[in-house]
Design a protein around this ligand. Structure first.
Ligand code: ADP
Ligand code: MG
Length: 726
C-alpha cells in the first residue's frame, strides 16, 4: 500500500460505496487521509432522555419512531413529528416547515439529535427544530458509557464523525483508516510547511497531525491538528496570492496624475454630497492611478453605499488626464457588470454623470450595442443603437473612451487603443478567469496593463477578505449616504404569523410585492438537496395560495426550473403580473424590482446573518418603506438573540463578523461559496492566525520568489492555485 494506491485495492467496495467515494472525491489512500472529520462525538453534551432538563443544549442518541407529517390546525404550517426513544425514556420531536424530515428518515432509524428541550403543557419534553442526523449504528458505544456514568471520566476523547454520504459511513471511514495507520502509510506524507514555521507557532508536523486529527486521544490533539491544517490552507492561499501580487507589480501601467481641478469639477457636478467613506475611497484610487504598475484594489461596500460614483470618478480622472510623457489623446476605460440589466443601468448612470462633457460612452451586451452621445437623441433616449462592428472599430481607434458591458467586453474582438482602467462590478459573480481576462486586457500596440478596480457588495469577515483577496488592496465603504431608509426587520413567531399576513395583504392591495424565501436544507446529497428545496418551494406556494393569499397571484423560482422558465417568472414578477414570488435563497434574484418591498424568510435560523442581510437588501430598491419578516423558532432564546442583530444593525460587514464568531453556525453561515474548506474556516475565526499566515507568506515570497528553496511548498501552491483561482 502506498499513498496513491486506489481505495478499491485496499478494501472491497460495493457499487454504492464506489459511488459514495466518488461523490466525496476520495480516490486514493492519500485522499482518505486528507478527508478530515467534521467533528468529534463529545461525551460532555450527550444526555440520557431520562436526565433531560429544559433550556440546556443537549445531544441525544436513540431510535426514532412514529414519524409523520401534518398541518398545524391553528397556523396551518406543515409540521413533521416523531418520537425519540432510548432505554431511559421518550421525547417528542417537532419540526416546523420542514416536511422533508419525515421523508429523509424512517421509523426505527438510529439517530443523533442536538437541540434544546422545552417543557410542554402536559409536563413532558419536546425538541423543536432539532438538528437531526441519521447514524449507521452509533459511532461510538455511547450507550455503554452512558449507562455507566462512572465510566465517563476514563472515556477517551470522542470518535471522529465524518460527513457521510450514501454508502460511506463514519464507521466505514474509521475502519479503512485503521488499515492505513496500521501500515504507517501516513508517515509517507511530506510536509509543505517549513519546519521553522511549525516550530514558531507550535504546530504539529504533518504526520503527527494526520494521526491526531483522525484518532485523537484527547481533545488537545484534535485541536492542535485542526489548527495546523487550517493554518496550512490559509498559508498556502496566502503564498499563492502574495506571489500573484508581486508578479503583477512587474507589469507596466499608465501613470495617471490627475489635476486637482478636474477632480473638484467632478465632485461639484454631483447631485449629492459624497460621504466621507466615498471621499476616502476616491483618494485611494486617485493615488493608485498615479503608479506605473497596475492598481489592484477591491472596493467593498453594502448595497446602496454608492460604489458606482467611485467608479465614475476613477473613470473621469482617467479620461481627463494625459499620462506622463505621452502625446496621444484620451485613455480608455472598460467597466464590466455581471448581467445585462446591471450593465445597462451603469451605462445610464454614466450618461447622467458625464452628460455635457463630450465623453463618448458605449454599451456592449449580448443583445446589442449603444452609444452616447448621439445627434438623434431624444429626451427619453439620449443614446443610439450601433452595430457591434461599429463599436469595435470606434473602440479600436480610441474614439469611444468608456465601454460598459457584460462579459461580452472581454471577447477578443473588442480591442482597445489605450485601455488604462478596467472596472468589475459585483466581482464575485465572475469567475477568476473572466476577471483576469479583463485585468490583463492589453491594448493594440502596447503591453501596458490596465489599472484594476473591482467592487463587491458581499459582506465577508475581514479575515476571509485578507485571505481570498490577498492579492488586492481593500477599501471598505462602511457608510451609507445619509437619509437612507433601513429595512424594517421583525422577528415573527407562530403567534404573530397571522398578523404579519394581514399586514402584507394591505401592502399588496396598495400595489406592493412580496418575496417568500424558503428555508435552507442541508442534505449531504446535493442533488437531493435541490430536489427537496424545490419541493418545499412548491408546497409553500400551494399552501399560501390555498390558505392565505387566495386572490393574489403567486409564482415560484427554484433550481429545478429551466433558465427560460426562470427568466419568464422573473419577468412576470418584474412587471407585476406576479405579486408574490416564492423562491429559494440560492436563486439569484439579480433584478431590480422596486415595487417588491417585502420579504418573508422562513426558517430564518437556518441562514447566516450576512446572508439574510443580503437577501433583505432586495426589498429596498424602490422608494417604499421596506419590510423583512424573519420566521424562526422563537422558543429558542439563542436563536432569537442571534437574529436580533438583524433588527438592530444594518451593517452587513458587522453581521458577517458575527456569523463567524458564533460557533456552531459554520454550516449555516454560507461561507462555502468562497471555496475555503471547513477546516480553513476554523482559522478564519482567529485573526492572529490569519495574520501570522500572511506574514510568513510575505516573508517567504520576499526571500524566495520562485519557491526554489521550498519545492514541496511550491507544489502545493500550484495545486491550491488550481483549486481556488479557476
Ligand atoms: P452600490 O454601492 O450598491 O453600487 P450605487 O452606487 O448604485 O450603490 O448607489 C445607490 C444610490 O445612491 C444611487 O442612486 C446613487 O446615485 C446614490 N448615492 C450614491 N452616493 C450618494 C451620496 N453620497 N448621497 C446621496 N446619494 C448617493
Ligand atoms: Mg452597484
Amino acid at each position: 500500500m502506498e499513498l496513491h494506491t486506489p481505495i478499491e485495492k485496499i478494501s472491497r467496495l460495493s457499487d454504492l460505496q464506489k459511488k459514495g467515494l466518488n461523490k466525496l472525491q476520495i480516490k486514493s489512500v492519500l485522499d482518505l487521509l486528507l478527508y478530515f472529520p467534521a467533528r468529534y462525538s463529545d461525551i460532555s453534551t450527550v444526555t440520557n432522555i431520562g436526565d433531560i432538563e429544559a433550556g440546556i443544549p443537549i445531544t441525544l442518541f436513540g431510535v426514532i419512531k412514529n414519524l409523520k407529517t401534518k398541518k398545524s390546525f391553528h397556523t396551518k404550517v406543515t409540521m413533521a413529528e416523531g418520537t425519540l426513544e432510548d432505554l431511559t425514556g421518550k421525547i417528542s420531536l417537532v419540526w416546523f416547515n420542514q416536511p422533508y424530515i419525515a421523508k429523509m428518515l424512517h421509523d426505527g432509524d438510529n439517530v443523533m439529535i442536538s437541540g434544546t428541550a422545552n417543557i410542554q403543557k402536559n409536563g413532558t419534553f419536546s425538541i423543536v427544530n432539532g438538528n437531526i442526523q441519521k447514524q449507521e449504528g452509533l459511532p461510538i458505544d455511547i450507550h455503554d458509557s452512558l449507562f455507566q456514568k462512572e465510566n465517563v471520566s476514563n472515556y477517551k476523547f470522542g470518535a471522529p464523525i465524518y460527513k457521510e454520504t450514501k454508502g460511506i459511513s463514519s464507521l466505514w471511514i474509521q475502519k479503512t483508516l485503521e488499515k492505513i495507520f496500521n501500515e504507517k502509510i501516513h508517515t509517507q506524507v511530506t510536509d509543505p510547511i517549513p519546519e521553522y514555521i511549525l516550530k514558531k507557532y507550535s504546530l504539529p508536523d504533518i504526520q503527527k497531525a494526520l494521526l491526531w486529527i483522525h484518532r485523537p486521544e484527547k481533545k488537545e490533539h484534535a485541536e492542535a491538528a485542526r489548527k495546523r491544517f487550517s493554518f496550512q490552507e490559509i498559508f498556502l492561499i496566502q503564498v499563492a496570492r502574495t506571489k500573484e501580487k508581486e508578479e503583477s507589480k512587474k507589469d507596466g501601467s499608465y501613470g495617471i496624475h490627475t489635476e486637482e481641478k478636474i477632480l473638484q469639477e467632478f465632485i461639484d457636478n454631483l447631485p449629492f454630497e459624497p460621504t466621507d467613506a466615498q471621499i476616502n475611497a476616491m483618494n485611494a484610487v486617485v493615488e493608485d492611478l498615479k503608479k506605473t504598475h497596475p492598481m489592484s484594489r477591491l472596493l467593498e461596500g453594502d448595497v446602496g453605499s454608492g460604489k458606482t460614483v467611485v467608479a465614475a470618478l476613477a473613470t473621469y480622472a482617467t479620461i481627463k488626464t494625459r499620462p506622463k510623457n505621452q502625446k496621444f489623446g484620451t485613455l480608455q476605460v472598460a467597466y464590466m457588470a455581471p448581467t445585462e440589466i446591471l450593465a445597462t443601468q451603469h451605462f445610464e448612470s454614466f450618461i447622467e454623470f458625464f452628460k455635457g462633457t463630450g465623453i463618448q460612452i458605449a454599451l456592449i451586451t449580448g443583445s446589442g450595442c449603444r452609444k452616447f452621445p448621439t445627434k438623434v437623441a431624444s429626451a427619453t433616449k439620449p443614446w443610439t443603437t450601433i452595430s457591434r462592428t461599429q463599436l469595435s472599430k470606434w473602440v479600436e481607434q480610441g474614439e469611444i473612451s468608456v465601454v460598459v458591458g457584460t462579459h461580452a467586453l472581454i471577447q477578443k474582438s473588442v480591442v482597445f487603443k489605450h485601455l488604462a482602467l478596467a472596472i468589475v462590478d459585483e466581482q464575485h459573480r465572475f469567475g477568476q478567469k473572466q476577471r483576469r481576462a479583463l485585468a490583463k486586457k492589453t491594448s493594440v500596440n502596447s503591453s501596458v496593463s490596465p489599472h484594476f478596480l473591482s467592487m463587491t457588495a458581499t459582506p465577508i469577515p475581514r479575515t476571509l477578505a485578507l485571505t481570498i483577496y490577498g492579492d488586492l488592496d481593500i477599501t471598505l465603504l462602511d457608510q451609507l449616504p445619509s437619509g437612507r431608509k433601513k429595512v424594517q426587520t421583525e422577528i415573527i413567531t407562530e403567534k404573530t404569523r397571522e398578523e404579519m399576513y394581514s399586514k402584507i395583504k394591505e401592502e399588496i392591495k396598495n400595489g406592493r410585492q412580496l418575496y417568500v424565501i424558503c428555508p435552507r436544507i442541508n442534505d449531504p446529497d446535493e442533488s437531493d438537496e435541490i430536489k427537496l428545496i424545490a419541493k418545499s418551494v412548491e408546497t409553500e406556494a400551494k399552501r399560501l395560495k390555498k390558505e392565505i393569499f387566495k386572490n393574489e397571484s403567486i409564482g415560484v423560482l427554484h433550481g429545478k426550473m429551466t433558465p427560460q422558465k426562470k427568466e419568464q417568472v422573473m419577468e412576470e414578477f418584474s412587471n407585476g403580473k406576479i405579486q408574490i414570488l416564492v423562491a429559494t435563497s440560492v436563486v439569484e434574484v439579480g433584478v431590480n424590482v422596486p415595487n417588491a418591498n417585502m420579504m418573508i424568510i422562513e426558517g430564518a435560523e437556518r441562514f447566516g446573518l450576512a446572508q439574510i442581510h443580503q437577501l433583505r437588501g432586495r426589498t429596498k430598491r424602490g422608494s417604499h418603506q421596506a419590510y423583512c419578516f424573519l420566521l424562526a423558532d422563537a422558543k429558542q432564546q439563542k436563536t432569537v438573540d442571534r437574529l436580533q442583530a438583524l433588527v438592530d444593525t444594518d451593517d452587513g460587514f458587522k453581521l458577517a463578523e458575527l456569523d463567524l464568531e458564533q460557533r456552531g453556525t459554520g454550516e449555516l453561515a454560507g461561507f462555502k461559496q468562497w471555496g475555503v474548506s471547513d477546516i480553513a474556516m476554523e482559522a478564519l475565526r482567529n485573526i492572529k492566525l490569519v495574520e501570522a499566515a500572511r506574514n510568513e507568506a510575505q516573508k517567504i515570497i520576499a526571500d524566495d520568489f520562485e519557491l526554489q528553496k521550498n519545492p514541496l511548498l511550491k507544489e502545493k501552491v500550484e495545486e491550491i492555485k488550481e483549486m481556488h483561482f479557476e
